[in-house]
Design a protein around this ligand. Structure first.
Ligand code: PLP
Length: 445
């Protein structure tokens, strides 16, 4: 009986002769046919009564799935500007162009064009960072976490780093201050309490084993009530070098109350670490800026070679920093999004969508969005959204995610919510097409 059922499946060779599959690259068609047929044989072995799907259609769908790159662009309709799952900061056109130029050919990554001698990889980054933050020197590594690991390893391995108990934080996934400290071989010396730590607590803990004092910005939570935290200036006055992990590291004031990089350095921090793709709005990177001697120690540590960034990141970061330096902040998509009033864009989007097929109805609603990416916690972004109600919103959200282009929306109770804040200029029409398709596919069910 079950043998007979297996014979209802085509062989791999038979499947490959289907003209729709024969038109595809052979390796791809073969992998797809094998994957689907193996899966169906296993399913039949488990359940001989199984109703077989259209096998060829299944194989062709699998081939298309395999032919589609895994990593691709999506439309972010969540309103969350720095959405870590969606790749954080979209880059400014100038940064995109800079990547395209150095990616397509050779570049002077490590060549000084005027002397013809070997040049520094970071020559294009240092100047803008010095001008923007007042730092003496700076280096760039793969991300904010790598920046902290490098600083602790190069400057405090085998010695003590004094941190407030209120700052032993988890930033997300595997970045937890005590674990990062352990991984770098530095000894954590906790002081103070969860809610209150004073400069005197750090002062008492300073001894011959002290390598650094560290302050960690509480990026993704807020403590309110009976709390106390010494200022940068008070800690910097204690003697040992003070390292501040700023997280988002706004380069210019005015983006909520995130600490500003230049202010931390002016207040006496010896080094600061911050991410390139949070409020700075550039590529994924970790920037370490501050005193020349400490930066040199980080650069000379063997770990730096393993953590440094490639030419594409450097190109995008330099272009991003130049925009900030020129005061052209609205050229940075993240800054423009954080500052915009989405009201008019929401009305425009609702107008483009027009009438929806029953049972769906659409309306404009006030809502609160988020910055995301561990920046500006507790500071909701007042926004206007297009809300779709009347049908199965979870199913619609899933269809949108699986569409082309994929659209990621927010689900809020019984509504599917599209926040125009994070929809990039030029994406509106593709979003409307994707939404109409998702709604009509639903009708077809
Ligand atoms: C985000 C953050 C990090 C990690 O930075 P990544 O660029 O995500 O690696 C480290 N410290 C703080 C305080 C942060 O906010």
């Amino acid at each position: 009986m079950s043998q007979e059922r297996f014979r209802q499946l085509p062989s791999v060779d038979q499947a490959l002769r289907d003209p729709r599959l024969a038109a595809m690259p052979r390796g791809l068609a073969l992998r797809a046919a094998r994957a689907v047929l193996t899966e169906l044989r296993r399913a039949l072995a488990e359940d001989p009564e199984l109703v077989l799907p259209d096998v060829m259609e299944r194989i062709i769908a699998e081939a298309h799935r395999q032919a589609t790159p895994r990593l691709r662009g999506v439309i972010n309709a969540t309103g969350i500007v720095l959405h870590t799952n969606l790749g954080r900061a979209p880059l400014a056109p100038a940064a995109q162009a800079a990547i395209a130029e150095v990616a397509a050919g050779y570049s002077n990554a490590e060549l000084d064009l005027s002397s013809g001698k070997r040049g520094g990889r970071l020559d294009g980054i240092r100047g803008p960072l010095q001008a923007l933050t007042g730092c003496q020197d700076a280096i760039v590594v793969n991300n904010g976490a790598a920046a902290v690991v490098l600083v602790l390893t190069a400057l405090a391995q085998g010695r003590e780093v004094i941190v407030s108990r209120g700052e032993l934080v988890e930033i997300g996934g595997s970045f937890r201050v005590p674990d990062i400290m352990a991984a770098s071989g530095a000894r954590l010396r906790e002081v103070g309490t969860t809610n209150r730590t004073r400069a005197a607590d750090y002062a008492r803990a300073i001894g011959p084993e002290t390598a650094l004092l560290m302050r960690v910005h509480p990026s993704n939570f807020k403590m309110i009530g009976f709390t106390e935290r010494p200022t940068t200036a008070a800690l910097a006055a204690l003697g040992p070098p003070l390292v501040e992990d700023l997280g988002s590291g706004a380069l210019v004031p005015g983006l909520g109350d995130e600490p500003v990089v230049g202010e931390a350095l002016r207040d006496g921090a010896a080094l600061v670490c911050f991410s390139g793709d949070k409020l700075l709005g550039g590529p994924q990177a970790g920037i370490i800026a501050g005193q020349r001697g400490l930066i040199a120690a980080c650069r000379e540590h063997p770990l730096y070679r393993a953590l440094r960034v490639d030419k594409l990141t450097l190109a995008a970061l330099e272009a991003t920093l130049r925009l900030v330096l020129a005061g052209d902040l609205d050229a940075l998509p993240t800054v423009r999004m954080l500052r915009m009033d989405p009201g008019p864009a929401a009305a425009d989007l609702a107008g483009r969508l027009g009438e929806l097929p029953a049972p769906w109805r659409l309306g404009l609603e006030s809502d609160v969005g988020f910055t995301g990416g561990g920046a500006l916690p507790g500071e909701g972004l007042p926004t206007t959204v297009v809300a779709l109600r009347g049908g199965d919103v979870e199913a619609l959200a899933a269809r949108l995610r699986r569409g082309a282009p994929p659209v990621v929306a927010r689900v809020r109770r019984d509504a599917l919510v599209l926040d125009p804040r994070t929809i990039l200029p030029g994406e509106e029409e593709r979003l409307c097409v994707a939404l109409r398709l998702a709604l009509s596919a639903e009708m077809g069910q």
